[in-house]
Ligand binder design. Sequence first.
Ligand code: ZN
Length: 390
Amino acid sequence: MLAIYHQTGQPRFLTFCIRERSLRSWNLGIVIGRRELMGGDASAYLSKCVAQLELHGLEPQKGLLSQSRRVCRFLTAGDGMCISGAAGQQEVWTNDQDGRGGLDETCATVYQTRLFDRMLQAEGGPVYGDLLERTIYNALFAAQSPDGRRLRYYVPMEGNREYFSRDTYCCPCNYRRRISELPAMIYYQSKTGLVVNLYTPSEATINLAGDVSLAVRQDTDYPSSGHVVLRLDPSRPVQFSLQLRIPRWSRNVAASVNGQPLRGSIVPGMFLTIQREWKAGDQVTLDMPMSWRLVLGRKRQSGRAAVMRGPLVFCLNPAQEESLRNRDGADLGYIVLDPTSLADSPGGEVVRPGGKACRVKAGRGGTGVEFCSGLTLRLTTPGSLPEKHR
Ligand SMILES: [Zn+2]
């Protein structure tokens, strides 16, 4: 109904949402596990958030943010989201960090990315951009088969890949629709200028105040590296602020305008704002060094660590290592990684040109289980695991 209102401008469609559907008064609590039919359904919850945030975009009202803020707190501080950005088990909310089985219905992932996009627009916090890219790269893209043809219902962090046997309603349609929408999440227009949220090769034309047309072009191999070059071509010299999202994982970020390094500190987890008069041909370079890092797990992931680089979570395919072939996630949790040995490994280009892989040395488990001593493991990104393998 909101979409029809957008298209037609006829107030009755908006009135229907507000009066007949009581859109303003929705205020669901988080229900853990299945309760009374669809009570705890994650994608239903998130789709209601998105509808309220759409209405907020038309007629801002603080109460319209309550339910969305609640679920964002749950997903982050409340452990509702796993390291891959995946949330929910068997379609309903969970907060135990279980990475197996029915983790992460793709429909819920789709609505989760819409939630982060809308919250970024409503509240402006760069954390929503961080959450958005984490979820896109590691949960959304991991729903697709490496050949691009088939899609998954659930996207667990452990276990075999299982795909829908055919194209059908539910996740396959939502996935494809969402992929077509992703380009709209790269650039945003703010009251004072332009916001760059996602780093990816792209071009856009934005109409600024005073009949100024701004062409922007981004060249980068992100997330293989954090080197980004932006070229700005306004139709005439114009003052506006350029905001660049500096991810919270980044350290020692450097930026320059037309080759002149920017002075002052660049703070991770914030926007870097450059306010100046821009003219055609101006070039901004951003360098976000990416190093391998470990993130400790909680709850059911206690005692484990995720290997990450930039926004990407790296994965172990036990089928590549004979001694690990029949080990499940609990067994693999006994492996001890040598954090000083994390390094680039050739051959990460299975799906994406220039893709990275990680090499890490691993030793025997601290509990005396010795099946994995003297190992060198190769970790790849979620989209690059061979089919039918873990
Ligand atoms: Zn679905």
